[in-house]
Design a protein around this ligand. Structure first.
Ligand SMILES: Nc1ncnc2c1ncn2[C@@H]1O[C@H](COP(=O)(O)OP(=O)(O)OP(=O)(O)O)[C@@H](O)[C@H]1O
Length: 699
């Protein structure tokens, strides 16, 4: 950016000098905006990378077009290319764009968009660009992204140039018609329109391919990045406990898609629209009609230009007033849709329990209520959209006749030719489309803002979860290493998410290599203590110390079985092929699941297919394969009969002699299988504390 600032500054100075000497106001103007652009590009070093790309493009274009204009002014531009010499207005326009990029970087919503978009352009992952017949060119993903955006912006600007050329074709074509000049008519139709229309079609095709590839790669990267950050350090669990971001699935799938599509549409379309606005405004400005201020002799030049501008500005303001509530309504609609999807997914997951309890009526009522919420909000949306559409449709209808209304007196008075009238009508249409970009896209702006909000709150929720995981010393649960073999807990207080303390542990040692049983009343915080020992419970403070490189495994009462094969379910969280078949089968035999050994590669909903006891034994098989240093069993065998439970415990101790076992269980028979006993006892303040008790046979 710094180098570019110097180049811009140099050109601005040259333009000022040349402008001063030649007396060209256009050149002087280009020099003045160049000075402002120098400041903007210099300061742009501190803005988001995404905006910097745009800033860089406009700065570079200013140098190129500005140089062309200077060369042409001083007579060094090749004569043969005289028609292609860039006018000073081109350099001035791109400089204004560059300055605008810097100015809008202060708008909060633009900052949020740029902050969400920038990381992709900085990605260092290896990638490649497919150059068709030229083969694949390896490059970093971020470089690919920048190259694609630069290409697309330049292509979009070229398309504006093409439409400008076609606008001039209209003038010459209709004039030829009016003058009944057949040779010019055919020449215009075949050699001008035919060529430029073909170029226009080809450029749109190239743009479609380039932007689709950019967007799908961008989305793939963004979804992977969110998945990574959401899943690491159990952030997903912390976010769900804290309730800081509902429906993360919607945010990762739907919102990334709509955010990227709309960011592309708004940034590139906006540039195209503004370029269109500027170029066609020049045409409108040059139409030789002026108006006199009533009661005075003051003549206002560029009458049609001003009329268009004021007309569009008023319409835009009215649109904003009518459409503003749409933003909140769109946000709410997406949220309610996501809740409905979630309810359906849950119903599918708990289908058996619901069927057994004949819960269908309650479920239908719940689904009806959830959808009712969608419908209520939908009607509010519809009502608001109707108001907006009434205005935009009437406005668009009026646009067809407005230029004719404005110019009719001049045409009938013979001040302008028919060709000019049609040219103005087309230019007015283009300027109107550009100006009404905001009007026509207000609804998508509303849903775009809703996506930005959801992604920003999701980012904040992830950042909060990360901060919780890192924690401030003394204000969170610290997971430390300690030299001895035992696991120790010191000055630990565990709270509920609302801050209410439920467990206090002044000091507790879990002896290594032993089997410890934790008992206590239901709701006394046994599972919460286990969660804290595993490092996933974020609420509370104190210290949990375990030996270095300790591998812990916690088996809950209801194990999680992933989608896919039985092999994947047993190997989880390792890869499905992490263990040889023989090892898997041996583990299955030991937990008495040998009868399923032939179905290892069968894909099924195993979480619904296997019985509760089978699922618990499958989880024990995982422990046999993973061979953890510490195994926490949170009522992990509660679905087995007492005899089988005893056999499974004996097998665990036999097969994993090095593993320290800590269990939660309510059955008295469990005592025989453990050597140590810890009981959760109630304190006067209502919390519970684990206390070591002598292991006596249960009464
Ligand atoms: N995410 C949560 N949000 C709010 N309260 C919670 C949450 N998780 C646990 N609790 C509450 O914390 C208390 C302790 O729960 P915990 O599951 O640790 O008890 P437990 O001793 O294991 O019970 P049980 O023997 O019935 O399994 C309960 O009152 C429970 O409702």
């Amino acid at each position: 950016m710094r180098l570019l600032s110097f180049a811009v500054a140099a050109l601005a100075l040259i333009a000022l000098v040349v402008g001063q000497q030649s007396g060209s106001t256009g050149m002087l103007g280009m020099g003045v905006v160049g000075v402002l652009l120098t400041v903007a590009t210099w300061r742009s070093a501190g803005i988001s990378y995404f905006l910097k790309i745009f800033s860089g493009i406009f700065g570079t274009e200013y140098v190129i077009f500005g140089l062309g204009a200077v060369l042409s002014q001083v007579g060094w531009w090749p004569q043969a290319w005289a028609a292609a010499a860039p006018p000073t207005s081109l350099g001035t326009t791109v400089a204004v764009f560059g300055i605008l990029i810097y100015v809008i970087s202060f708008v909060p919503v633009v900052r949020r968009i740029a902050d969400l978009a920038s990381p992709y352009f900085l990605a260092q992952d290896p990638s490649s660009m497919n150059l068709g017949p030229l083969g694949r060119y390896p490059m970093k993903l971020g470089h690919f992204a920048v190259a694609a955006v630069v290409f697309l912006i330049v292509l979009n600007q070229a398309q504006v140039g093409i439409s400008l050329r076609i606008n001039f074709f209209y003038r010459d074509f209709y004039n030829a018609l009016q003058e009944k000049n057949a040779p010019v008519f055919w020449d215009q139709l075949i050699n001008v329109f035919g060529v430029w229309a073909a170029i226009s079609v080809i450029s749109v095709l190239i743009e479609t391919v380039a932007n689709s590839v950019l967007l799908i790669r961008w989305r793939e990267w963004m979804a992977a990045e969110y998945n990574k950050r959401w899943l690491q350090n159990s952030n997903h669990y912390r976010i769900s406990l804290a309730g800081t971001a509902d429906n993360p699935d919607q945010r990762i799938s739907e919102d990334t898609r709509s955010f990227l599509n709309q960011t592309y549409a708004f940034s590139l379309t906006l540039i195209t629209q503004v370029s269109t606005l500027v170029s066609f405004s020049i045409i409108l400005w040059s139409i030789p009609v002026a108006i006199t201020v009533p009661g005075t002799d003051i003549v206002i030049p560029g009458f049609i230009f001003w009329a268009t501008l004021i007309y569009a500005a008023i319409a835009t303001w009215i649109t904003h007033l009518i459409g503003k509530p749409l933003i909140g309504l769109e946000f709410e609609q997406e949220r309610r849709e996501a809740n409905f999807r979630f309810s359906l997914a849950r119903l599918r997951e708990y289908s058996e329990q619901i069927a057994l309890m004949r819960g269908e009526t309650a479920e239908r009522r719940h689904l009806g209520e959830t959808f009712g919420g969608i419908v209520t909000n939908f009607y509010n949306l519809l009502w608001r959209r109707l108001k907006l559409t009434t205005f935009t449709l009437s406005y668009n209808q009026a646009n067809v006749v407005i230029p004719f209304l404005l110019l009719a007196p001049y045409y009938f008075a013979g001040a302008i030719a028919f060709g000019v009238l049609t040219q103005v009508s087309s230019a007015f249409g283009r300027v109107e489309t550009a100006m009404s970009f905001f009007i026509n896209s207000y609804q998508s702006i509303a849903s775009y803002l809703a996506s930005i909000n959801r992604l920003t709150t999701f980012e904040t929720a992830i950042a909060q979860a990360e901060a919780q995981a890192a924690g401030a010393p003394g204000a969170n649960i610290e997971m430390d290493e300690q030299p001895g073999p035992d696991a120790k807990v010191k000055d630990l207080t565990l709270n509920l998410p609302n801050g209410t303390p439920i467990v206090t542990v002044p000091e507790l040692t879990l002896p290594a290599g032993r089997a410890t049983l934790v008992i206590g009343p239901s709701g006394s915080g046994k599972s919460t203590l286990f969660r804290a020992l595993s490092g996933i419970w974020p609420f509370g403070k104190g210290q949990v110390e375990t030996p270095a490189d300790t591998r812990m495994l916690l088996l809950p009462q209801r194990p999680y079985l992933p989608q896919g094969t039985l092999r994947a379910a047993i190997a989880y969280p390792a890869e499905p092929d992490a263990f040889p078949d023989a090892e898997l089968r041996a583990a299955m035999d030991k937990v008495k699941l040998g009868h399923l050994a032939e179905r290892l590669d069968e894909v099924d909903l195993w979480g619904q297919r296997l019985s509760g006891g089978e699922q618990q034994r499958l989880a024990v098989a995982r422990a046999l394969l993973a061979k953890p240093d510490w195994l926490f069993l949170d009522e992990a065998t509660a679905s087995l009969d007492e005899k089988l439970e005893g056999e499974i415990y004996a097998m665990i101790r036999r097969e994993l002699p090095q593993t320290s076992v800590v269990s939660i269980g309510h059955r008295s028979t469990l005592r025989e299988m453990h050597e140590e006993l810890i009981a959760m006892e109630r304190n006067p303040d209502g919390t519970h504390s684990p206390r070591v008790r002598a292991m006596e046979p249960a009464a």
